[in-house]
Design a protein around this ligand. Structure first.
Ligand SMILES: *Cc1c(COP(=O)(O)O)cnc(C)c1O
Length: 355
């Protein structure tokens, strides 16, 4: 039976990206050695990281004066690297869920944090719309897509102070006006690559403005200067990121990724709204097109486990909701086909007909 991978992360990648990466692990570029057993400084690997940087710049139309880095540590390390490098006195954060809260917790170790708005009281079911970013903040930070709660900010906000975003789960799914940001980061394992690498897009002249001493490994300038090669970078995940970005480009780039994401989301949300058994968990204007969360309507609550089993029998993988929301979550990253979403919808319809 065909399986449809709705995992939230690590998550679906195009089959050819997985095959190309597997091949490079067996025999890289026909050199008779694995990608895993050659120097990251070799003439064979350098072109990989160079092209990965260049493709990220091309796909997101990144202006001059920015660097693209591939680091270790995950998005979670960025929660502390960001304030380490940018927070002198005060930072402004928008609190839209679990990942925002984690970022806020780390920033508080470095200075004052003003939470400009939060939807915590409503279990993060919407994106706060009206808030004021203090003009004396060193930067404003927000999470563009809330992987757990299924809300998304799809339009780049305006900020009177330098803006930073955690785009772990929606990078490469739509065009971004990078010039509005000083820094964008994310773990690659949602929409860019396999787990193990973190992408960082950073405006070079935004750095060096804090007075504290920064440990070498945590200073973005170290990694800019060394082209992500200060120490050994995660070579295999960088290779799969390159294969995946080549795939995105060949499909038509981030505009085409956005078109497909909107199409998938339309199909699934339409069914969630129509089907008598289910309802969405977030306000309509805050809905994510990457992580689509839904639960069983109250009168059908006891069918939840049955639907999980039914969906699993029909090849749906990873649709169980995160424990903080419950119900179901269908993560629809770039590699998810329209057919996959249609198969899930067919499952929902069939299950409805039985009840
Ligand atoms: C998954 C996720 C993270 C955590 O990423 P790690 O690479 O595991 O540290 C942070 N932010 C968002 C929005 C995520 O989806």
């Amino acid at each position: 039976m065909k399986k449809y991978n709705f995992n939230a992360g690590p998550s679906i990648l195009p089959r050819e990206v997985i095959e190309q990466t597997a091949q490079a692990c067996l025999d890289f570029n026909g050199i008779g050695l694995s990608l895993m057993e050659i120097s990251h400084r070799s003439k064979d690997f350098q072109p990989v990281i160079d092209e990965a940087e260049a493709l990220m710049k091309e796909l997101l139309d990144i202006p001059e004066g920015y660097s693209v880095l591939f680091l270790g540590g995950g998005a979670s390390l960025q929660f502390c690297m960001v304030p380490y490098n940018y927070l002198e006195k005060k930072a402004a954060y928008l609190n839209t869920g679990t990942w925002s809260k984690k970022a806020i917790k780390e920033a508080k170790l470095f200075g004052d944090v003003e939470v400009v708005a939060s939807s915590a009281d409503a279990n993060f079911t919407f994106i706060p719309k009206s808030y004021v970013i203090p003009t004396d903040a060193d930067y404003f930070h927000y999470t563009s897509n809330n992987t757990i709660y299924g809300t998304e900010i799809r339009k780049d906000p305006d900020s009177p102070v330098p803006m930073i975003s955690d785009m772990s789960s929606d990078i490469l799914s739509r065009p971004v006006d990078v010039s509005k940001y000083v820094m964008i980061y994310g773990g690659a394992q949602k929409n860019v690559s396999m787990a193990g690498v973190t992408f960082v897009i950073v405006k070079n002249d935004s750095l060096g403005k804090v007075s504290r001493a920064i440990p070498t490994m945590l200073d973005y300038r170290t990694h800019i200067e060394k082209g992500s090669m200060f120490n050994t970078p995660p070579v295999v995940p960088i290779y799969s990121a390159l294969m995946n970005m080549r795939w995105v480009k060949a499909q038509g780039g981030v505009k085409e990724m956005e078109r497909r994401a909107l199409e998938r989301a339309e199909i699934l949300y339409t069914e969630i709204d129509r089907n008598k058994l289910f309802r969405g968990t977030v306000e309509a204007d805050s809905r994510s097109v990457m992580n689509i969360c839904f639960v069983m309507n109250d009168e059908y609550k006891d069918l939840e486990a049955d639907f999980m089993a039914f969906a699993t029998e029909h090849g749906m993988v990873g649709v169980k909701g995160h424990r903080s929301v419950g119900g179901f979550r269908a993560s629809c990253y770039n590699a998810m086909s329209r057919e996959g979403v249609e198969a899930l919808v067919a499952c929902m319809k069939e299950f409805e007909a039985k009840h």
